[in-house]
Design a protein around this ligand. Structure first.
Ligand SMILES: *Cc1c(COP(=O)(O)O)cnc(C)c1O
Length: 378
């Protein structure tokens, strides 16, 4: 018997990406340059936004979003504890205080109610996450935060290709942050993006990612005349490289196809799992569609505990993962006393993420489901 190995995720990288990266290297322009500019234009258009500002990661994108909004010491920023830890960390980078809010069980997302429950006069902003690609209710959260006079930063790290109210999740966002880490649906190795509609904000973000310079290094080098740059504020080096953007441009061509394929595989998982008691697979919310960046399953009166399910899957060659982490349970946040977070704790304790990627076959899926079916009747 050949040993089966089913990874939880594999990035879809082909010869086209390798060629594009090689061309960037051969061009001699490897730092932020024309390919980054093109990647920004094309990504912004796919995300439903006017401007894209590429950066080194979604973590640095979130940091810059808070700098842009002038959030700082004394301010509170509401975040879901149920998220990759970078969401909460970004708040601490600017010296503000992260305040954890609970999520709803079905989507894993913040709601206007869970935010309102922890809101204080010091709340300056909310970072809402499209959890594992599942869109939060953009209309509800945007209108609630607007009515409270609180800024809404959208952590769309996992959500390229997800939609809400018939539009890409980035459409209509004040500021959204995206990731191109290989664990997401499209990748540039490491990489991130900010999208905004406001032109002045795009200009400021471009400056913040590049040492506060009033003219980009790329524009300076492209000019026939000497250009003397000025440094207008203390800022950062959060640039993306043209090698990464070259890969990203190819990945953009794949995005729609990858999402369509993930949605088909997810629908097949849902069908197969429907016959097993005690498992609740993630689904589209009524107002939108997920890209299924993460296909998670919540154990609900399942006879076997989550960690044992993970071990049994691993023993059968299936690499699954625990569900989304909860920052408030990590040592880095031991000094924070959160309000009760029952749905967050339930999801992080009782859910797991099943393999889903472009190379997953129906046979692989049947194998994954057969392990779960056996455990269900144990
Ligand atoms: C992956 C992820 C991040 C961090 O993205 P990087 O590009 O790796 O910095 C932030 N927020 C969420 C919700 C994520 O899933």
């Amino acid at each position: 018997m050949t040993e089966r190995k089913i990874p939880v995720m594999i990035p879809m990288l082909g010869e086209e990406e390798a060629q594009a990266a090689a061309e960037a290297v051969r061009s001699g322009w490897v730092a932020q340059g024309p390919r980054v500019a093109e990647f920004e234009r094309r990504f912004a258009s796919l995300a439903g936004a006017e401007h894209g500002v590429a950066v080194s990661s979604c973590t640095t994108a979130l940091h810059l979003a808070l700098v842009l909004l002038e959030v700082g010491p004394g301010d509170e920023v509401i975040v879901p504890s149920l998220s990759f830890i970078a969401t909460a960390n970004a708040v601490r980078y600017v010296g503000a205080t992260p305040v954890f809010a609970d999520v709803e069980l079905a989507t894993g997302n913040l709601t206007a109610e869970t935010i309102d429950a922890v809101r204080t006069p010091r709340t300056r902003a909310v970072i809402a996450v499209h959890q594992g690609g599942v869109p939060f209710d953009t209309e509800a959260l945007r209108s609630a935060t607007t009515s409270w006079g609180v800024a809404l930063v959208e952590d769309a790290a996992c959500a390229a290709g997800s939609t809400a109210y018939g539009r890409p999740v980035g459409a209509g966002a004040t500021v959204a942050a995206w990731s191109f880490h290989p664990r997401k649906v499209i990748t540039t190795g490491e990489g991130g993006m900010l999208t905004v509609d406001d032109r002045d904000w795009a200009v400021r973000l471009r400056r913040l990612r590049e040492h506060g310079m009033n003219v980009s290094a790329a524009d300076r080098h492209a000019s026939a005349q000497p250009v003397l740059e000025a440094y207008l504020e203390t800022a950062y080096n959060y640039r993306m490289t043209d090698i990464q953007a070259a890969v990203g441009l190819v990945q953009l061509d794949r995005l729609a196809g990858l999402v369509a394929q993930r949605r088909e595989l997810a629908a097949r998982y849902q069908e197969l799992l429907a016959g097993i008691d005690g498992l609740v697979p993630v689904r589209d919310p009524a107002y939108g569609q997920t890209n299924f960046q993460s296909f998670w399953v919540l154990l609900d009166s399942f006879p076997v505990g989550r960690d044992e399910v993970l071990s049994e899957l691993a023993a059968a060659g299936v690499s699954a993962r625990r569900g989304i982490m909860a920052a408030h349970l990590e040592p880095a946040y031991a000094d924070v006393t959160p309000p009760p977070l029952p749905a967050t704790e339930r999801l992080t304790r009782d859910s797991l993420i099943l393999p889903l990627h472009h190379a997953l076959t129906e046979d692989d899926q049947d194998h994954v489901v057969s392990v779960l079916r056996k455990l269900a009747s144990s």
